[in-house]
Design a protein around this ligand. Structure first.
Ligand SMILES: [Zn+2]
Length: 311
């Protein structure tokens, strides 16, 4: 399975503390639309928010074009994840002769579902999938936990209900041919070294989503999340576990990536289990440090601390 990225639009302003808040469409911010190429016959597109500038676009384009030869061999069924800028997504798909078959929406917030109506206008008959509990704008086909979709010959997608950030949040677990590394598109539930805010759910639900549902996927699974918050998240993670060498190393790497205008996404599930404080709440030393007696209390406490943390 080959996965790669592409384009962005909009503005440079971004406040550090507005992570994954529902935003109005008029709010100026940077969005990064990323095209993920999955196997030789299909690809995915997602959107990431970021605080970087237009040179990032150039680097993504460079990466993208380096992979063009693989795309040229494809026959071209495609799905797009959270396409906020459908016109660019469609132009890119046409340029590379791939055909968008459907949209996978992780949740109802505008910076994920905000392009659905437009893409329906531009691609007549396109299906738009979204969680049945989430009132996703433009949704044509609601999905529930365990629902399966297929794309092209080799790509299978399983909807995983991962609620809390929103009630009906869905993560999409994607597998390709035998031997290919799977991927999961986690929207605003699981970030690299972090998790989404608990807008519509409880610590119990986030624990189930992160530490049961997602944690059960194969460790090499590549994690594609909805926003590039990695450096800040790792800085916060170090406040929870100052002596965790994996966090220290990954923070150092992530800073280098960002300084070079390169992404920190994807991560892997294994890396998240080693560095993401929200997925490490079963560790007695972390529970003890926070004065908590259970993984769920610990998760709630870490989220509270992160919500107040100014970095
Ligand atoms: Zn969100």
């Amino acid at each position: 399975m080959m996965i790669q990225a592409v384009e962005e639009y909009n503005d440079q302003s971004k406040e550090e503390d507005d992570e994954d808040l529902p935003r109005s469409l008029s709010r100026r911010q940077l969005l990064l639309s990323v095209i993920y190429f999955v196997s030789l016959s299909s690809f995915f597109v997602s959107s990431l928010s970021d605080s970087v500038y237009h040179q990032f676009l150039d680097l993504f384009l460079l990466l993208f074009f380096l992979l063009t030869r693989i795309i040229d061999e494809s026959t071209g069924d495609a799905a797009v994840v959270d396409p906020v800028d459908p016109e660019k997504v469609i132009a890119s798909a046409e340029e590379h002769q791939v055909k968008i078959k459907f949209v996978l929406t992780t949740h109802h917030h505008w910076d994920h579902a905000g392009g659905n109506e437009k893409i329906k206008q531009l691609v007549p008959g396109i299906k738009v999938y979204g969680g049945s509990l989430d009132k996703v704008k433009g949704c044509t086909d609601a999905v529930d936990n365990g629902d399966k979709l297929s794309l092209g010959q080799d790509v299978n997608i399983c909807a995983l209900h991962t609620p809390c950030h929103t009630k009906g949040h869905i993560s999409y677990y994607v597998t390709g041919k035998v031997g290919e590394t799977p991927a999961v598109f986690t929207g605003d539930t699981l970030f690299v070294a972090g998790c989404g805010k608990f807008f519509e759910g409880t610590a119990e639900q986030m624990h189930q989503s992160l530490c049961v549902t997602l944690a059960a996927l194969p460790k090499p699974t590549q994690v594609y999340c909805g926003h590039e918050y990695t450096v800040k998240n790792l800085e916060f993670a170090l406040t929870v576990e100052p002596n965790n060498e994996k966090i220290q190393q990954k923070l150092s790497w992530a800073r280098q990536q960002r300084q070079a205008n390169l992404p920190t996404i994807p991560s892997t599930l294994e890396e998240e289990l080693e560095t993401n404080p929200f997925m490490r709440v079963d560790k007695p030393e972390i529970q003890e440090k926070l004065g908590c007696k259970s993984p769920i209390d610990t998760l709630r406490e870490i989220r509270n601390k992160k919500d107040q943390w100014k970095g």
